[in-house]
Design a protein around this ligand. Structure first.
Ligand code: SF4
Length: 458
């Protein structure tokens, strides 16, 4: 292995404000404002725009070198005033950056005082996202927490379930909402990008988020009967709502594949005393059927999975269900939960994956060179590794910028599981089998050893 000379090469993570803005895109009539230099906002807009293929507006307090010395208070107040006047948002989420955090601007204090001096401002939520620590995942988590911390207002019970989705696709949020509708569960989605980041073309231009969770719904989260966090790394808002208002909360695995979706459905049943409807049961049966059909092609194939921690855990569990071997798992987050979850979901497998946490794409590439895999699952950042090693890549997670349709890719629930089985299997067939179905050109030696009963469908 080439000696690694730097702390991180090709990071498997992005800075915190990215996650913050991702979350704010799911709040209706919102405008994100980065308190920092304007390159930060340009980067966020560029990256989110090429992933979602939607216009993304991110304001900036446009700090200069003088502000770096004297502080950015005046810039921030000007920015809030301008954004309020020009775009008329219902809510502004002010996220910090490397610069404003390093010089120590008291963003919360500035906003509190500014609001007392101006009664014509929209809701303004300060969000601390120091970019030199943690990742976009923590930025998302802090933002959802800041939204409920600042807005949740107890009044009367609303019989709704708060659902924190994490950084999943608009398609996944739409699918989660469909499942909840099938179950007859009323919900508040935190935060809902299903329409704002996968918007129909109607000729209208909106500078603020055109759809999503409303401010009223955010206020109403204090009156829900429970909160379910689909991502364990996005459950701080659930913890806050529990501590502040006694709202019960659960955080199962991200419902990718059979077992995790089963657990998600069971949690919904326990929380609501409702039964799983026939339609969902049929979808489950179809997923099992697809897994059985595909098993002969996927069995023993080695996979490297990288990206956000909950997504990687979800896919690790799923590929095991398909009889595949998760050889290497990599995330940019330094997370004990991730390591524990990977160990838990692979505990009955004789193949233990190499765990890179925190890891970068350089580490991932070196491990792939050593152990060889048949398939990569992860975001577009891995496409160069895929090209260099001639390994097919199934693009999942965030960001996906070298293919269209990222906003429509789904991985949550039984129906998405069926599509995933098809995608994974057809990719394997395309690369490793000829037109008559004969195996060719093996990249790795397929492990035909003892089949793990724990991975069987039963
Ligand atoms: S790492 Fe810091 S400077 Fe770079 S985009 Fe993120 S917040 Fe801005």
């Amino acid at each position: 292995m080439t000696e690694k000379k730097f702390a991180v090469i090709n990071p498997c993570k992005i800075c915190q404000p990215m996650g913050a803005i991702f979350a704010l895109m799911g709040v209706k009539n919102s405008m994100p404002l980065i308190h920092g230099s304007h390159g930060c906002s340009t980067y966020m807009r560029f990256q989110l725009g090429r992933h979602f293929k939607e216009a993304v507006n991110v304001a900036s307090s446009s700090m200069s070198e003088a502000n770096a010395v004297l502080g950015g208070e005046e810039n921030l107040k000007h920015a809030i005033r301008n954004v309020s006047k020009i775009y008329g948002p219902e809510i502004i989420g002010v996220t910090t950056s490397c610069l404003s955090e390093t010089i120590g601007d008291d963003v919360e204090g500035i906003i509190r005082l500014f609001k007392t001096q101006n009664d014509d401002l929209p809701e303004i939520v300060p969000i601390s996202t120091p970019s030199y620590k943690h990742t976009h995942v923590e930025g998302y988590d802090s933002t959802v927490k800041a939204l409920v911390e600042n807005l949740a207002t107890p009044s009367k019970p609303n019989s709704k379930l708060n659902v924190i989705t994490g950084m999943v696709s608009p398609g996944d949020i739409a699918e989660t909402k469909r499942i909840l509708r099938e179950m007859g569960i009323e919900s508040i989605i935190l935060t809902d990008t299903s329409e704002s980041m996968d918007a129909p073309f109607d000729g209208e231009v909106s500078f603020v988020s055109s759809a999503g969770t409303t401010v009223e719904e955010l206020k109403d989260t204090a009156n829900s009967f429970a909160t379910i966090s689909l991502c364990k790394h996005a459950n701080s808002a659930a913890k806050f709502l529990h501590e502040a208002y006694g709202i019960n909360s659960v955080s199962p695995y991200l419902p990718i594949g059979l077992q995790s979706t089963d657990e998600f459905m069971n949690e919904l049943c326990k929380l609501t005393n409702k039964e799983i409807p026939e339609q969902i049961t049929r979808e489950r049966g179809k997923l099992i059927d697809a897994m059985i059909d595909a098993h002969q092609h996927n069995f023993g194939r080695k996979v490297a999975i990288y990206g956000d921690p909950d997504v990687v855990v979800g896919f690790t569990r799923f590929v095991l269900e398909l009889g595949m071997i998760p050889s290497i798992v990599c995330t940019g987050s330094e997370s004990k939960t991730f390591v524990e979850d990977i160990k838990a979901v692979t505990k009955d497998s004789k193949h233990k994956p190499v765990i890179l946490a925190p890891g970068d794409l350089y580490d991932l590439h070196q491990e792939i060179k050593k152990s060889k895999v048949d398939l990569l699952i992860g975001n577009s950042y891995g496409s160069r590794i895929a090209g260099a090693e001639n390994i097919p890549l199934i693009r999942m997670g965030f960001p996906i910028y070298d293919r269209v349709g990222a906003q429509r890719i789904t991985s949550l629930g039984y129906t998405a599981g069926i599509r995933l089985v098809d995608t994974i299997t057809n990719t394997i067939l395309d690369r490793y089998f000829d037109e008559f179905g004969w195996a060719l050109n093996e990249n790795t030696e397929v492990d035909h050893g003892e089949f793990e009963s724990s991975n069987c469908i039963n």
